[in-house]
Design a protein around this ligand. Structure first.
Ligand code: ME8
Length: 523
């Protein structure tokens, strides 16, 4: 893997408040960004908002405001949520920003120069909620309603500019076939391939700007038309960096970070990312992103989320959960509960179970008993073990879970196997708890000649807690740092380099502080 790492989330529509779906992708991206930073890589993590298009224009009309004002107010909410959830993005792009609009126009100019765009007429169905063209066949199949929102499709008939998408399709199919990691998970890749093989027409890439209340990026060759919102939106992944290839002044970021290592998205927007976006990049003669990963969708308490059902996991709901538990527990649950890529159900019951069983009883308990025993038997100083490696019963209990983490963490993160990664950390903490139960340091403490043995046991425990919390830092940055502070380790000492994750790094003699209750049990 290269020493830089560029990760993106979708840019989110500003028609309404953020919700769990937005939080999900953004937390996942944050975990990747934090993991790679801790591995010593140069990370660029981009998120932002998608502010043009009919969806926003209509929402603004309904709310009696302008799209620009609506966008400004919703952007504040996104930024508040990212702060609450401890999101460490390096940039926040808004498609209404001048830097973006200017570069989108440059992209269109370049495509025009290369004869990739022509004028025609669009006649067909449109899903305004998804900002998506729908073929006659699919429209009829879904009774002329949106497959996502169930709202009626709208008939569009207007002059429009077209991108020669069809000419790139064979090359795209070849590319996807020869790059296994380009679209993940594999099942989604197969879906895209079979849809592509059915044939794809050219893509309408402009709208009459008057119908959008003047809100959009004007086509540079035709100011009465604005750029189709998906072309506008997808471009963000390069406009945020600057684009030397299209004549933009070199600002250092593009050549440093492009191509993106991973675009994280939800399954409903894969077609745009796996087809329109790479075709555009091919037409611009730019390299394609390494991976596009489509995650699944959350239902809530067993049902599709809906405001009318009262099970919608909105900003306010998330805020309440963070108050009742903590933001890190929310981050943890979303990535632990279901494999990334699969659909999942969010229920408060499942949340509490995982919190109590895994965070409180397993990880939290291990930290607390380790710190307590070091306090009681070694005056709060990390003891010196008999040797700086795992042998005997220590090796028997702990070698395997530790080796698994050391050797597989990178791959699990690269494959977005977040739940497996957390399970591997839990294997380590569970094994350490069992090791304590088996070796019974609290019983040995009554025997004066066992001091050296207890020193080895408690040193080993302190190391296992340290390692577990190091590995958990990308998922729970605050709680991991809080736990590690009790072991005398400061935030700037946390890293996941090969050296840092070896056994035997914690220094004997360092002071621990307790008591500690990292995840108080919830009743
Ligand atoms: O699609 N569970 O913006 P958006 C999980 N602007 N994920 C969910 C979800 C759920 N119940 N509901 C929605 C857009 N999502 C475009 C993107 S990128 C160049 C432009 C996910 O605000 C959904 O899959 O509708 C998507 O990834 C994101 O949230 C929705 O973003």
């Amino acid at each position: 893997m290269s020493e830089k790492f560029y990760v993106t989330t979708p840019i989110y529509y500003v028609n309404d408040e953020p919700h769990i779906g937005h939080a999900y992708t953004t937390i996942a991206a944050d975990v990747l960004a934090r993991y790679h930073r801790l591995r010593g890589r140069d990370v660029f993590f981009l998120t932002g908002t998608d502010e043009h298009g009919i969806k926003i224009v209509k929402a603004a009309r309904e709310k009696g405001t302008t799209p620009a004002e609506l966008a400004d107010s919703v952007v504040v909410r996104f930024k508040e949520l990212w702060k609450l959830l401890n999101i460490s993005n390096d940039d926040f792009i808004r498609t209404s920003q001048q830097r973006h609009e200017k570069r989108v126009q440059e992209i269109i100019r370049r495509l025009l120069q290369q004869d990739e765009i022509y004028r025609g007429k669009y006649e067909g169905w449109y899903d305004e909620g998804q900002e998506e063209f729908v073929t006659d066949f699919t429209a009829a199949q879904n009774d002329y309603k949106s497959a996502i929102s169930g709202k009626p499709l709208v008939r569009y008939s207007e002059e429009s500019w077209f991108f020669r998408l069809s000419k790139w399709i064979n090359r795209l199919i070849e590319y996807i076939e020869s790059h296994e990691r380009f679209i993940l998970p594999e099942s989604r890749r197969n879906e895209i391939l079979s849809k592509l093989r059915q044939g794809v027409g050219d893509l309408s890439i402009s709208r009459q700007i008057a119908k959008l209340d003047g809100w959009g990026v004007p086509m540079p060759n035709d100011p009465e038309h604005s750029v189709y919102v998906w072309i506008d939106a997808l471009s963000n992944y390069i406009t945020a960096l600057g684009i030397p290839e299209i004549g933009d002044e070199f600002d250092g970021k593009a050549s440093q970070y492009w191509p993106a290592d991973i675009h994280l998205i939800g399954k409903d927007i894969l077609w745009f990312h796996a087809v329109y976006w790479p075709a555009l990049l091919m037409a611009l003669d730019m390299p394609l992103p390494e991976t596009i990963f489509a995650h699944g969708w959350w239902t809530s308490e067993g049902k599709k989320m809906s405001k009318s059902l009262g099970n919608f996991i909105s900003f306010d709901t998330i805020e309440q959960i963070c108050k009742d538990y903590c933001p890190d527990a929310f981050r943890y649950f979303l990535l632990r509960e279901v494999p990334f890529g699969a659909d999942g159900d969010f229920s408060l019951n499942a949340f509490k179970m995982r919190y109590n069983n895994e965070l409180a009883n397993d990880i939290g308990n291990l930290l607390s008993r380790t710190v307590n025993m070091i306090g009681r038997y070694f005056d709060g100083k990390i003891p010196t073990p008999a040797q700086m490696e795992l042998t005997g019963i220590e090796a028997e209990f702990l070698n395997e879970p530790l080796r698994k983490l050391q050797s597989q963490a990178d791959d699990m993160i690269t494959d977005c196997k977040f739940s497996d990664y957390i399970a591997a950390v839990l294997d380590l903490t569970t094994a350490t708890n069992r090791y304590i139960d088996k070796t019974e340091p609290f019983r040995l403490a009554r025997q004066p000649d066992q001091q050296e043995r207890i020193a080895t046991i408690l040193y080993t425990c302190a190391e296992m807690v340290r390692l577990a919390l190091f590995y958990l830092t990308p998922f729970m940055p605050d709680k991991a740092a809080e736990g590690l502070a009790h072991l005398g380790i400061s935030q700037d000492q946390i890293e996941l380099t090969d050296e840092a994750v070896k056994f035997g790094q914690i220094r004997p003699g360092m002071s621990v502080s307790g008591p500690v209750s990292l995840f108080p049990r919830k009743i």
